[in-house]
Design a protein around this ligand. Structure first.
Ligand code: NAD
Length: 418
């Protein structure tokens, strides 16, 4: 049976609700998706025909602040996936301590089959569908899988035309010219590298003695690979949906990054050998970093994992069943809701800059990001140690969820909602 991300997201919440002894009313409230906008976008193709695409915006919880979360363009995107991702956003924003709730959007489309002008019409159509539900004080979308700054630029333009005024804080991850933030494109990868540094310190290891394998070489995976390589880790493998590029002595990630950007493949790169795409998951490394899509490690392939620890840069890459099996093998997982929050953190900085109309230098952004990520990691680790005193089975995910859920519950209580 195909793993359902919404079931997984609910399971993770139920798991921590039991530990925190939450009552049924609170659990039901936290399981609820507050709003869902859904519909079909009609896009006029270049050949004159019209094609329809299913699309959603899910708003999970806004007790702490406006909904916040990316927009994904992927042919396998479903309503349930978007709902799960919106729930994970609620926990992420709470963990990293920024004043947002959780939302997420998606369109079931393979954008590689569209021309640039078709993609622009689709992006504008999506905004027309969700325009009433978003805004800088309501719900603030951003890029996710297969969406980027250029698409955010078209979307902001469409949104501002609809509302008849400027509201640059309504979307983040925009081009710099439209109020984007310096450092946003690479923020998720950079934030993840700070989390890895904190984790490796706890393991009492030297960076150069830590081997890393990364699944996925898109926005998140490629920048993460670059930052950790440049700061001294041994990156032995990176992968995309076609191949794993492997060199046990360590890859020159900068060169692989440029090669992939130029050729859209690792094929022909001289600094490593090619293995099948899924081989990256079975490598014997210190840290495995799934940075592609959800359910990468599931019950079906978990027995192939040989890594000592996992840092989740994708959303939902390890299913709850696989996590249980890995926990029994004492494999620590640094969860997505902590490790990949760098993107939403810099989206927050972008929004603050938009509201203030005052823009910061990149160094300031990196320093502020490091501070947020370091303190989020320290808080989660302290909670993990506290929980470990009462149960040998505590996980870093439970510790992160414990902090996030308590924060959201307190905000709902403060509103008199619970
Ligand atoms: P992206 O579209 O830029 O890249 C996705 C990458 O995954 C591509 O390199 C693709 O080839 C690869 N991929 C797809 N299927 C694969 C497979 N089976 N094996 C190996 N590689 C595969 O997307 P992204 O923005 O880098 O997002 C990746 C993950 O990180 C997603 O789970 C996303 O939700 C999450 N995330 C993204 C951001 C962000 O700011 N972009 C923030 C937090 C979390």
């Amino acid at each position: 049976m195909k793993n359902n991300p919404l079931e997984n997201a609910r399971q993770q919440l139920l798991d921590i609700a039991k530990i925190l002894e939450l009552d049924k009313k609170t659990i039901d409230r936290l399981l609820k998706i507050e709003n869902l906008v859904s519909g079909e976008i009609s896009v006029k193709l270049d050949n004159g025909k019209t094609k329809k695409f299913k699309a959603w915006r899910s708003q999970h919880n806004n007790a702490v602040g406006p909904y916040k979360g990316g927009i994904r363009f992927h042919e396998e995107t479903t309503e349930e996936e978007v709902k799960a991702l919106s729930m994970w956003m609620t926990w992420k924003t709470a963990i990293v301590g920024i004043p947002y709730g959780g939302g997420k959007g998606g369109v079931a489309v393979n954008p590689k089959t569209l021309s640039k002008s078709e993609l622009q019409r689709l992006s504008r159509g999506y905004i027309r569908l969700i325009a009433k539900a978003i805004g800088s004080d309501k719900d603030i979308p951003a890029p996710d899988v297969n969406t980027n700054a250029e698409i955010m630029g078209w979307m902001l333009d469409e949104y501002e035309k609809i509302i008849g005024r400027k509201d640059p804080g309504a979307l983040t991850g925009k081009p710099l010219e439209l109020g984007g933030s310096r450092g946003r494109t690479e923020a998720t990868g950079l934030g993840g590298s700070y989390v890895l540094d904190s984790f490796v310190k706890k393991l009492k290891k030297q960076k150069k003695a830590v081997s890393v394998a990364i699944q996925g070489f898109g926005n998140v995976g490629s920048y993460f690979a670059k930052f950790v390589h440049d700061s001294g880790y041994k990156v032995v493998a990176v992968s995309d949906s076609k191949n794993t590029l492997y060199n046990e002595k360590g890859l020159d990630v900068g060169k692989a990054f440029d090669y992939k950007a130029k050729n859209d493949t690792f094929k022909g790169f001289v600094g490593g050998k090619l293995l099948p795409s899924e081989a990256v998951l079975g490598l014997n490394v210190d840290i495995l970093v799934p940075a592609a899509l959800e359910n990468a490690v599931s019950e079906e392939n978990v027995s192939k994992i040989n890594a000592k620890n996992i840092l989740e840069m994708a959303n939902g890459p390890v299913t709850p069943k696989a996590e249980e099996i890995l926990a029994n093998k004492k494999i620590l997982i640094v969860p997505d809701v902590l490790a990949n929050t760098g993107g939403v953190a810099v989206s927050y900085f972008e929004w603050v800059q938009n509201l203030a109309n005052y823009y910061w230098e990149k160094e300031e952004i990196s320093a502020k990001l490091k501070k947020l990520m370091d303190s989020a990691f320290a808080a989660v680790w302290a909670e993990y140690e506290r929980m470990s005193k009462t149960t040998k089975k505590a996980t870093l995910r439970q510790a992160a969820y414990s902090l996030a859920v308590q924060k959201v519950v307190k905000a709902m209580q403060a509103r008199g909602e619970l």
